[in-house]
Design a protein around this ligand. Structure first.
Ligand SMILES: O=C(O)c1ccc(O)c(O)c1
Ligand SMILES: [Mg+2]
Length: 601
C-alpha cells in the first residue's frame, strides 16, 4: 500500500523532513500545520518541493475545535476554515483532518455536530477538498472511533469521512473489531502509531510516547487487519509524536519508520518478504582494541585458549573455550574508549537468505573488505554500528568462517565455560526503539518487555531480544547520562553448568571478579533463606542470585571492566529465562565503585 508519514514525526525544518521522507522511500506526507507556519517556503514552493521529491501531500492537519458549537462560534469557525481551504489549494492538498473538539464551547450534541460538519463538508467540496473527522482519545464529547463514525454517518456528505488513528483507538482499549462495520470508502485516512503500555494521562502519553509500529505494546497488525477488512485502500500513514524522534537525525528516523511499515505490511499479510532466518546461536563475539594484551590476559584467566590466527594476515586472533569463541582484533589508531565489542557472528541456518531479509528491511549491508582466500562473510550493521555477521561454524553444508583461522590448536584446561549465553549492547539513547525493532524484524527475534532499572547515577532501560529456544539472546540497554563523556559499556555473558566451580577456577587463574557488598548477601538471605554453605560461597566469590516464581534459579558474577567491556559468568538452573534484573541495581553500583577505585589507584 502507499506509505506516508506525518511531518510531526521527524526533527528539522519542513524541507529537511521532506528530503528525509523521500530518501527513505515514502510516497506521501501529512503536513502538520506548525511545520508549514514555521517554514520560509510558500505553500506553492512546498508543493513544488514535494512534487520534485516524488511525494504527494496526503493530508493537511489538524483543524481543531470546530463542531457542536453555538451559532456565533460556528460562524467564526467557518471563516477560519475558509482560510485553511485556501492554504490547502495552494499546497495541492485535498484532504483536511478535523479532530474532535476539546473545547469547553462544544456541546454534547451529535445532531448539532453532524449538521455543522455537513455544512463544512459542503464548503470543502466547493474547493475540491474532503474532510476526515478523527476522534481524539481526549476529545471533550467525541473520543471513540465509533462515536466519530456515527456522527459522520449522520452528517451523510460525500466529502466527509472518518480518520482512524490506532493510538486513539488502542490506548482507550476500544475493540477495533467494530471498524469492520464502517464502509471502507468512508474511512478517508488511517494513521498508525504504536506506544509502550503506560498507565498515564492519555494526552501526555500520545504527545510524548508514541513510537513506530512494532516498537511498543499495541497489536497494530491486528488493528490493520480490521481496517483492511472494512475495505480501506488509502495510505498507511505514521503519525508519531515522540520526544526522542523530535531530536534524532531525520534521515535515520525516516528509515526506521519505513522499516516499521515494511514489517507491519508483512505481519498483516499484505506482502511477503524473504522469511526471517532466525540465528540459533553465537558463532563469535569480536573485540577490538589498540592494545589487546589486557584482553588476552583476561581471556586466558577465564580459561580461553588462542586456537588460531587469521591466515590472511589480519591482526585477528581466535580465542576459544568449547563453543564460546572470541575474536581479538588489534586495530591501529587510538580508540579513545578502549577495547570494545565491534562485531557478532550469528550462527545462521542460511546466511545468504539472512542478508536478503536484512536488505528487504533497509538494514545497511556492510561492504566486504576481504582478502581473496577468505571464506565469504555476509554482514549488516545494527543501529549501534555493531557488525552482525551471518555465518556457519563447522557444518558440512556451508564453508566455515573458522577456516580463515587455520587448523584449530587443541583446547586445554578450560574453566567450564560452554558457550556465549548472551551479549549486552548499550545503545545510544536515541536508537533504543530503533534497535528493538531492528532485531525483531531483521533477525526474527522476540522482544521482551522493556524494564527500567535504577543506576546510582540515573535510570537504565533494558530490553532483551531472543530466539524461541533462548540459544541466542541480546540484551539492549540504554545507559543514563548521555553526553560527551558517554562510554557505552558492553558485555559478553558466558555460560557454565557450574558457576561456583568456574568462578573459583577463574579467580585462581588471576581474573579479578567484581566485589559485591555484604549488604546484598544479608538481603539475599532474608529473601530466599538460602543454605549457609551456598550463601557463604556466593559472598566469597561475588556471585549474584535470583530465583523466579517457578523456582528456577540464576547464578551470575562479573569480571572487572577492561576498556568498555566486561564478562559475566552465568548459570541457568531449571530453564531460567531472565537476565537477573533484580540484581542489576546492585551490580551497576558495584561497577561504579570499582571504576572509581581504579581511577584513584
Ligand atoms: O495531539 C494532537 O493534538 C493530535 C492532533 C492530530 C492528530 O491526528 C492526533 O492524533 C493528535
Ligand atoms: Mg491522529
Amino acid at each position: 500500500m502507499r506509505k506516508s508519514i506525518a511531518t510531526v514525526s521527524l526533527s528539522g525544518s519542513l524541507s529537511e523532513k521532506l528530503s528525509a521522507v523521500a530518501a527513505a522511500g515514502f510516497d506521501g506526507v501529512e503536513i502538520f500545520e506548525n511545520d508549514l507556519l514555521a517554514s520560509p517556503l510558500s505553500p506553492e514552493e512546498i508543493q513544488l518541493r514535494a512534487t520534485d521529491l516524488g511525494l504527494s501531500i496526503d493530508l493537511y492537519q489538524p483543524f481543531r475545535d470546530f463542531e457542536a458549537v453555538p451559532d456565533e462560534v460556528f460562524a467564526r469557525n467557518m471563516r477560519r476554515a475558509e482560510r485553511k481551504f485556501a492554504v490547502m489549494e495552494r499546497l495541492g492538498a485535498d484532504l483536511m483532518l478535523v479532530c474532535s473538539s476539546v473545547s469547553p464551547d462544544a456541546a454534547d450534541d451529535d445532531a448539532l455536530a453532524a449538521r455543522q460538519l455537513r455544512a463544512l463538508a459542503e464548503r470543502a467540496a466547493e474547493h475540491g477538498i474532503r474532510l476526515a473527522y478523527e476522534a481524539l482519545a481526549w476529545g471533550r464529547h467525541v473520543n471513540t472511533y465509533d462515536h466519530a463514525w456515527r456522527i459522520v454517518e449522520q452528517a451523510d456528505h460525500p466529502a466527509l469521512g472518518t480518520c482512524l488513528d490506532s493510538f486513539h483507538i488502542l490506548s482507550r482499549g476500544s475493540d477495533p473489531k467494530g471498524i469492520e462495520d464502517i464502509p471502507g470508502e468512508k474511512i478517508f485516512f488511517l494513521q498508525l502509531a504504536d506506544a509502550p503500555k503506560l498507565a498515564m494521562d492519555v494526552l501526555q502519553w500520545s504527545r510524548h510516547y508514541r513510537c513506530f509500529p512494532g516498537q511498543g505494546g499495541f497489536d497494530l497488525a491486528g488493528m490493520l487487519g480490521h481496517v483492511l477488512r472494512a475495505g480501506y485502500t488509502g495510505p498507511l500513514s505514521l503519525e508519531i509524536f515522540n520526544d526522542v524522534f523530535r531530536q534524532a537525525d531525520a534521515g535515520r528516523t525516516a528509515i526506521d519508520a519505513m522499516r516499521s511499515l515494511i514489517a507491519l505490511e508483512e505481519a498483516a499479510g499484505l506482502s511477503s518478504l524473504p522469511a526471517p532466518v532466525v540465528p540459533d546461536g553465537f558463532a563469535f563475539a569480536e573485540l577490538a582494541a589498540a592494545d589487546t594484551e589486557p584482553l588476552r590476559s583476561l581471556l586466558g584467566s577465564l580459561g580461553f585458549v588462542r586456537t588460531g590466527r587469521h591466515t590472511g594476515g589480519k591482526p585477528v586472533e581466535l580465542w576459544q573455550q568449547n563453543e564460546a569463541r572470541v575474536l581479538l582484533n588489534t586495530v591501529s589508531g587510538a580508540r579513545r574508549e578502549g577495547p570494545g565489542l565491534v562485531a557478532l557472528g550469528l550462527e545462521s541456518p542460511e546466511p545468504a537468505a539472512a542478508v536478503r531479509r536484512a536488505e528487504s528491511l533497509r538494514a545497511p549491508v556492510v561492504p566486504r573488505r576481504r582478502a581473496p582466500g577468505d571464506v565469504p562473510l555476509d554482514a549488516v550493521a545494527a543501529p549501534d554500528d555493531t557488525e552482525l555477521f551471518f555465518c556457519r561454524t563447522d557444518r558440512d553444508d556451508h564453508p566455515s568462517w573458522t577456516a580463515d583461522f587455520g587448523t584449530p590448536a587443541p583446547q586445554r584446561g578450560t574453566a567450564g565455560i560452554t558457550r556465549i549465553d548472551h551479549v549486552a549492547l548499550t545503545q545510544p539513547w536515541h536508537h533504543f526503539d530503533e534497535a528493538s525493532l531492528f532485531y525483531a524484524s531483521v533477525l526474527g527475534l522476540q522482544p521482551n518487555e522493556s524494564l527500567d532499572l535504577a543506576d546510582p547515577y540515573g535510570l537504565f532501560r533494558s530490553r532483551a531480544v531472543a530466539n524461541a529456544t533462548g540459544s541466542l539472546r541480546v540484551a539492549l540497554n540504554v545507559a543514563p547520562v548521555p553526553g560527551e563523556q558517554e562510554v557505552r559499556p558492553q558485555h559478553i555473558a558466558l555460560a557454565t553448568d557450574d558457576l561456583l566451580a568456574t568462578a573459583r577456577r577463574v579467580r585462581e587463574a588471576g581474573a579479578a571478579l567484581l566485589p559485591i557488598p555484604d549488604n546484598y548477601y544479608d538481603d539475599l538471605d532474608a529473601r530466599y533463606g538460602l543454605d549457609p554453605e551456598s550463601l557463604a560461597a556466593f559472598r566469597e566469590l561475588g556471585v549474584l542470585y535470583e530465583r523466579d516464581t517457578d523456582g528456577r534459579e540464576f547464578l551470575h558474577c562479573y569480571t572487572v571492566t577492561v576498556g568498555r567491556v566486561f564478562f559475566e559468568l552465568v548459570e541457568r538452573r531449571g530453564g531460567y529465562q531472565g537476565y537477573g534484573a533484580a540484581n542489576a541495581t546492585v551490580r551497576l553500583a558495584a561497577q561504579h565503585t570499582a571504576d572509581a577505585g581504579s581511577r584513584r589507584s
